[in-house]
Design a protein around this ligand. Structure first.
Ligand SMILES: Nc1nc2c(c(=O)[nH]1)N[C@H]1C(S)=C(S)[C@@H](COP(=O)(O)O)O[C@H]1N2
Ligand SMILES: [Mo]
Length: 335
């Protein structure tokens, strides 16, 4: 059994676990006490409650990317325009310390995520576009300009990493989709098939996981769709076969394992906004001066390095994105 020992740089689980998760779980426990769904739930409870999720045995090799038909596409050339003044996080940390609630509420979900099946995988493009369509992941990969970018990444829980993502600018996907001029937001959705992830049976969560960006954010040069990590196909636990990377925002914006991209003129209600609107908002731009209701955002734990560093406004990417928020000062831009 693989047991992930707590290290000094980890936040205690109780501090990092969102209050809304506790609340929703408590409600379920009450419902259980009331009766008939009890028989169906011990496994579900344990998967969100402890380290059990990481013990589940599922098909697949040691690496989440084993047997991935896109393996031959990587590595791709690094785009040197994006530089980070920090060393890259060791692969082991970035791929074994994750948030992916579909596989449980702990950080140790990498083994459980092996049960995700990533072929066939179809992405639906719909809403306010010239013509809605579905596209298979391998067809999409063949059309998109793949490159590697090293970005900082900052979770709202105050841990941070620096990793080489492979993938393509989100703008290339927007251009492929041909949105109508009235589209204002892009809404992205994770798979909702509970045969792929046991967490989806946890009825107190507002599945499927949904996130969104404004059109201006989605077409900003930094917005990236990652399909690879460390020069290989992206591991399942990191959101295979495609996930968003918006490095100036808190990590929860970076929706994993996307199956649907919809263009709309209404601001999407996101998964975490539904869970806890007072703690997690739509904008979620990193700002060291705006504390989370339950902890400071002034500094961050660097994953695997046992040290803290000061957080930065827009996670250090202000030169690219600060202009996106001119005129929006009345919004809660930093939660
Ligand atoms: N579908 C889905 N996407 C998700 C999450 C999730 O639970 N489900 N967690 C988010 C959070 S809170 C973070 S910090 C990042 C973590 O990405 P990583 O595990 O690749 O570091 O994924 C984000 N995307
Ligand atoms: Mo996060």
């Amino acid at each position: 059994m693989h047991y992930f020992r707590k290290r000094g740089w980890e936040l205690p689980e109780s501090a990092a676990t969102p209050e809304p998760v506790f609340r929703a779980r408590r409600q379920l426990i009450k419902a259980l006490a009331a009766g008939p769904i009890l028989a169906a739930t011990p496994a579900l409870l344990s998967s969100c409650d402890g380290k059990e999720a990481s013990n589940s045995t599922a098909p697949g090799g040691a690496s989440g990317a084993a047997g991935d038909p896109s393996a031959k596409l990587y590595p791709v050339a690094r785009n040197l325009r994006y530089r980070v003044d920090r060393p890259e996080t060791l692969e082991k940390f970035a791929t074994e310390y994750n948030n992916f609630y579909e596989y449980g509420g702990t950080k140790s979900i990498s083994r459980a995520a092996r049960q995700l099946r990533i072929r066939p995988w179809t992405v639906k493009i719909d809403g306010m576009v010239e013509k809605p369509f579905d596209i298979a992941i391998d067809d999409l990969l063949a059309k998109m300009p793949l490159e590697e970018r090293v970005y900082r990444f900052r979770c709202v829980e105050a841990w941070a990493m620096t990793v080489p993502w492979s993938g393509f600018p989100m703008k290339a996907l927007v251009d492929l989709a041909k949105p109508q001029s009235g589209a204002k937001y892009v809404r992205m959705e994770t798979f909702g098939d509970s045969s792929l992830a046991p967490g989806l049976k946890q009825v107190w969560y507002p599945w499927p996981y949904v996130e969104g960006l404004t059109m201006a954010e989605a077409t900003n040069e930094l917005a990236f769709i990652a399909t690879g990590l460390y020069g290989k196909p992206i591991p399942k636990q990191n959101g295979a076969p495609l996930r968003l990377v918006a490095p100036w925002k808190y990590g929860f914006k970076c929706v994993k394992s996307i199956v649907r991209v919809s263009f709309t003129d209404e601001r999407p209600k996101t998964f975490w906004e539904k869970m806890g609107p007072s703690e997690y908002g739509f904008w979620a731009n990193v700002n060291p001066e705006v504390a989370h209701p339950r902890w400071s955002q002034a500094s961050e734990n660097i994953l695997g390095e046992n040290r803290r560093a000061p957080s930065q406004l827009f996670n250090g990417y202000g030169e690219y994105v600060a202009d996106l928020y001119k005129g929006l000062e009345g919004e809660k831009l930093y939660m």
